[in-house]
Ligand binder design. Structure first.
Ligand code: GLN
Length: 483
């Protein structure tokens, strides 16, 4: 059996009864057993539950009741609440937290008949770009085990890239789906803000967070997006807008499409090999029929500063709930105030503390106008800039990251260098528009991702561009050899 089945291939085999979901699930559990000591993609492996779900799926399939995801093994980022299954956010604070309810995306996936293999490692509370901020362990990039997989959804990206799961879910606040997708050579999409319910997604920065798919190809991305999208009364920011069948937009050419290449995304310090790979990819898009022009989004350089005011501000408010009283880790040996203090001191890692301090400062009386309010104003300018460009262009094309995956440990002492990893992905969250990263080549054996950005709710457009490019190349078919 192969470990490279896509969702649509597995679906066909299940439907034709060439394999059962139990066989498929056992196969992936074996693969996890073999490679997990090297990749460390999972915080929790739910083998028993997976086999139970696989049996249920096989029962349904036997009755002819099969949906595109029925019986398909998936990994879920450990920031998504799973009823009865430990959900840690890769934090000591939630090390033993077992949610009493499912996130909306899990309700939908369970109804679709998926098989959950386990929970994927991440940077603590999704703060980071390398999974090195996990309180438990770092995940390793299967293309080079000495390098980071990206983050914060590093475990989700590695599970898919290393053949430990057919697909996975991640979350993206400033690039956490797309950047690891780029670093691991898989497809990763951050949908439009409001497309997917955040109910049951443990909050980092609520005005930026979105859940999205990580898959082996663009067709799978469309299939998984079909399954998780839609309005949810329990998330007031989810948008009541019909969900199209995203697979319908997948066409092999780009005739009549106009693509913009924002020059500000080819930043100083970008690796030459990455810029060249993207230039080559852009030529391919032209060959496929797209009209390509350089565009300018002049406020792009401010996105990083805006993000590192807004995201920590929201995080400082969201994380105040971890006080040792309601749930999660609790220090109990002191007075009330000592307990609250010690709970946070012991429960949070250094990056989370840094964000809480930054956010508390930006929101404090006297500084609020100068920092938070100003950042919100610049956010609006960035948003309008995107709106204006999308009046003329169907989509924008950029690198996903300025570099290929870096070495483990290389940036841990330099938060600013780490923050720069997301320079090409942050503006997209600030504007709330959708973006997808797809495999676009290799530099010295290390993956390069290309990002395609669309206007609000134009997932179909960016999937179409991604699909046409994928059909004309075979980067997505190359798989790492884990030594
Ligand atoms: N790396 C960015 C950060 O640390 C983005 C993280 C994310 O998208 N969750 O905040």
């Amino acid at each position: 059996m192969s470990t490279d089945y896509t969702i649509h291939e597995a679906h066909r085999l299940l439907k034709e009864k060439q394999i059962s979901s139990v066989e498929l699930t056992n196969h992936y559990l074996d693969r996890i057993k073999n490679v997990e000591p090297k990749t460390k993609a999972f915080t929790t492996i739910t083998g028993e539950l997976a086999l139970e779900q696989a049996k249920t799926a096989d029962g349904a399939i036997a009755k002819g009741d099969i949906q595109p995801l029925t019986g398909v093994p998936i990994a879920i980022k450990d920031v998504v609440c799973t009823k009865g299954v430990r959900t840690t956010c890769s934090s000591k604070m939630l090390e033993n937290f077992v949610p009493p309810y499912d996130a909306m995306v899990m309700e939908k996936l369970n109804a679709a008949g998926v098989v959950m293999l386990g929970k994927a490692n991440m940077d603590e509370f999704a703060m980071g770009s390398s999974t090195e901020n996990s309180a438990f362990f770092t995940t390793h990039n299967p293309w080079d085990l000495d390098r980071v997989p990206g983050g914060s959804s590093g475990g989700s990206a590695v599970a898919v890239a290393a053949g430990e799961a057919i697909c996975s879910l991640g979350s993206d606040t400033g690039g956490s789906i797309r950047q690891p997708a780029g670093f691991c050579s898989v497809v990763g999409m951050k949908p439009t803000y409001g497309r997917v319910s955040r109910y049951g997604l443990i909050a980092f920065a609520s005005s930026l967070d979105q859940i999205g798919p990580l898959t082996q190809d663009v067709t799978d991305c469309a299939l998984l997006l079909n399954a998780i999208s839609g309005h949810d009364e329990r998330d007031s920011t989810s948008v009541p807008r019909p969900v199209p069948d995203y697979t319908r937009s997948l066409k092999p050419d780009l005739k009549g499409m106009k693509l913009g290449i924002p020059k500000e995304y080819f930043v100083e310090g970008m690796q030459k090999g990455v810029a060249e790979a993207i230039q080559t990819a852009i030529k391919k898009l032209q060959e496929l029929g797209a009209v390509v022009e350089e565009v300018s989004l002049p406020h792009t350089p401010y996105a990083l500063a805006v993000y590192y005011i807004i995201a920590p501000s929201e995080a400082s408010a969201n994380l105040s709930r971890y006080d040792g009283v309601k749930y999660g880790y609790s220090y109990k040996d002191g007075t009330m105030w000592e307990n609250i203090e010690k709970t946070r001191e012991n429960g949070f890692g250094p990056e989370v503390k840094r964000r809480i301090m930054l956010g508390t400062y930006a929101l404090s009386a006297g500084f609020y106008d100068a920092w938070y309010l100003k950042a919100q104003k610049v956010r609006t300018i960035i948003l309008r800039e995107f709106d204006a460009v999308f009046e003329k262009y169907d989509a924008l094309v950029t690198p996903t990251s300025p570099t290929v995956p870096f070495k483990i440990g290389e940036r841990t002492d330099d938060p600013l260098a780490m923050y720069l990893s997301d320079i090409c992905t942050l503006p997209i969250n600030i504007a709330g528009v959708p973006g997808v990263s797809i495999p676009a080549g290799f530099v010295d054996g290390l993956p390069v991702g290309m990002q395609i950005i669309g206007k609000h709710f134009a997932e179909e457009t960016i999937l179409r561009v991604a699909y046409a490019y994928e059909q004309a190349t075979d980067w997505h078919k190359q798989k790492p050899e884990i030594s």
